[in-house]
Unconditional design. Structure first.
Length: 157
């Protein structure tokens, strides 16, 4: 009963990462970039977000054995999946946001909001529908207790 391994990821993750990377190369009026202490704070915050996103991604893929579970049709509800239903998308949201903070281009701060908005619109009609069809009430109960993309912080640690 395997579910699609990639889901909507190939549609939403690459554009977010590409836009985040572009924030490093946007030159122009310095008013559109973090300056001084804000630039240093952005670099520190961005580095922490990238680290946290990388850890979440590693935990979801390797510690939770994501590929094996998806291929075997197992509903993942423990580990990273106990904190957030979509830890891979959340990880890439954190990584792309971190990149934007390090790049320091203020207009690009809209990218994470757009990414989150796209996920909020697409997930219910794609992956969540597939999971609901596959797992029924068990998935509905899981959805009621675990947020879609914004993790419950105490459960991450």
């Amino acid at each position: 009963m395997g579910l699609p391994l990639g889901g909507i990821g190939p549609l939403v993750v690459p554009p977010a990462l590409i836009l985040s990377a572009l924030s490093f190369f946007v030159l122009g009026d310095p008013v559109w970039h973090f300056q001084g202490l804000w630039a240093r704070a952005g670099a520190v915050a961005g580095s922490l977000l990238i680290f946290w996103g990388g850890c979440l991604w590693f935990r979801a893929v390797f510690l939770c054995r994501m590929v094996r579970c998806v291929r075997q049709g197992i509903l993942m509800t423990s580990g990273a999946y106990a904190a957030v239903r979509n830890p891979l998308y959340t990880a890439f949201l954190l990584i792309s946001t971190g990149g934007i903070f390090i790049g320091g281009c203020i207009p690009f701060l809209a990218v994470p909001l757009l990414y989150w908005g796209v996920l909020t619109l697409l997930l219910p009609v794609t992956e969540e529908r597939w999971l609901r069809e596959a797992f029924g009430r068990r998935y509905d109960d899981y959805c009621r207790s675990v947020p879609r993309c914004i993790p419950r912080f105490p459960r991450l640690f």
